[in-house]
Design a protein. Structure first.
Length: 128
């Protein structure tokens, strides 16, 4: 799987589709207005972003007449792992230890939170 980093707008749309499951452009627009309390964006804007996400391999669609329903191909968990790995590579020289040290220094983690984080990192490293 060759994931690409998403733009902020693309990631926002993916978060909505991961939340909703299979969705139409209208579903996404309604979610933005009703759940996020923002002005409903133009249909063409959301449609364009969704088509880009489809080209990048994040979404697939099923046609119902002239209406397309989009569903995620990439899971939120897979993209989260990719994002964390990218963050570690880009900002911490590939070192999870540097990331953990940074989190401990900046977030004042409790011992139980630190142990939970270390357990999760061990699990992630075993999966690779």
């Amino acid at each position: 799987m060759n994931l690409q980093k998403l733009t902020k707008a693309e990631e926002e749309i993916m978060q909505i589709i991961w939340e909703l499951g299979p969705s139409t452009v209208s579903d996404v627009r309604a979610y933005i207005a009703e759940k996020l309390g923002q002005k409903k964006p133009p249909h063409s804007t959301i449609s364009t972003i969704i088509r880009i996400l489809e080209k990048k391999g994040f979404l697939d669609h099923k046609a119902y007449g002239r209406t397309y329903e989009y569903r995620p191909i990439i899971t939120k968990e897979d993209y989260s792992k990719f994002s964390v790995n990218t963050l570690v590579e880009d900002y911490f020289g590939g070192s999870m230890n540097k990331l953990v040290s940074f989190l401990v220094e900046k977030n004042d983690l409790s011992i139980s939170e630190l142990n939970d984080l270390l357990d999760r990192l061990d699990d992630t490293n075993e999966d690779q």
